[in-house]
Design a protein. Structure first.
Length: 334
């Protein structure tokens, strides 16, 4: 294996001092143009790749953002990551991906490591848990004043920029669609009232259905397939035939659809999120779907983070990604 090129090798080839080469990579504006050309040509001839750690020490930045997510196996999360990576790369940053596996201790440990590594900024989708616990986990980022953007969550009193989707608007769109279709019975499944997006979706549904004779049954539970499967199985066991089951999010919808398939039931299902291949394979078409663009969430997060880096004293921002109603072929209860 060939020896790694050093700044001493470049200095010899360019006939300058090692200190001059170091200045070229860290404070090039201090060198004359003729000297910069000599060093650059020598470095290119030797295929030199600068030491990012050393450069970060001199420049006070790493040109790296971290993306902290609860699961890299979730297609929705990975679409957000794609938007983050594309936007970051286009502006000269690289992304360090951190998968917490929805483990609160692991999430906090990642935050501590990122602070110690002098990361330029953090984009995080916190693990779903009570607000006080989420705020405590993020305390270290705030204490060390690391620029950060929180995705899809709103924590009271937080000092972080946020990027969310229009959950309330999505709930209203679904409710208005149900009343136009003349539905009489709607069951909302999953999520928890401790999480703002769930509250907003239910609130939007209730507001749209108010004044109508549509019955809304809300059954909170969680944010996984098991929640969707168990609650849908209970509905089937009760002998109920709601006009539509509304899922709080994609992963819950998958559990609902698996329960319906296992029971050979054709109850219509609506959901919130990004229409994934797995959802389409289980039940196509869905009765209705509130869709948002996860890559746009990622792009807006990078934009907010770069704005914070440019102006640390700027007002806290809240970006809202719009949603749209996608209607399936089914238009009534099965």
């Amino acid at each position: 294996m060939s020896r790694r090129t050093t700044i001493i090798d470049i200095a010899r080839r360019a006939d300058v001092s090692a200190m001059t080469v170091s200045r070229y990579f860290n404070t090039p504006e201090k060198l004359a143009e003729e000297t910069r050309v000599k060093v650059r040509e020598a470095a290119e001839a030797l295929d030199y790749i600068p030491n990012a750690t050393v450069r970060a020490f001199f420049q006070g930045r790493t040109d790296t953002f971290a993306l902290v997510v609860p699961s890299i196996s979730d297609p929705f999360v990975m679409q957000i990551a794609q938007g983050v990576e594309d936007a970051a790369w286009a502006t000269g940053y690289v992304i360090l991906m951190c998968n917490t596996d929805s483990n609160e201790s692991r999430e906090r440990a990642y935050y501590e490591q990122l602070v110690s590594r002098r990361i330029d900024g953090i984009i995080t989708l916190p693990t779903l848990r009570p607000q006080a616990e989420a705020e405590q986990s993020l305390d270290i980022i705030e204490r060390y004043q690391i620029p950060a953007v929180v995705l899809l969550r709103q924590l009271e009193g937080q000092t972080f920029d946020t990027v969310k989707v229009d959950s309330y608007g999505g709930g209203r769109l679904l409710g208005e669609h149900f009343t136009r279709q003349g539905l009489k019975s709607v069951v909302f499944v999953g999520g928890t009232p401790a999480v703002e997006s769930t509250r907003d979706r239910v609130r939007g549904l209730k507001d749209a259905l108010s004044g109508s004779d549509v019955e809304l049954d809300v059954r909170f539970g969680g944010f996984d397939q098991e929640c969707g499967f168990d609650i849908a199985s209970d509905i089937i066991a009760e002998g109920r035939r709601p006009d539509v089951i509304v899922s709080a999010m994609n992963v819950v919808a998958i559990g609902i659809l698996k329960a319906l398939k296992a029971a050979d039931s054709s109850l219509p299902v609506a959901s919130f999120g990004s229409l994934s291949t797995e959802l389409r394979g289980l039940y196509d078409p869905l009765y209705a779907f509130i869709e948002h663009n996860p890559q746009e969430i990622g792009r807006r997060a990078v934009s907010a983070l770069r704005r914070r880096l440019d102006d640390p004293d700027a007002d806290i921002s809240e970006a809202i990604v719009p949603v749209r109603l996608v209607v399936g072929d089914s238009t009534g209860a099965a």
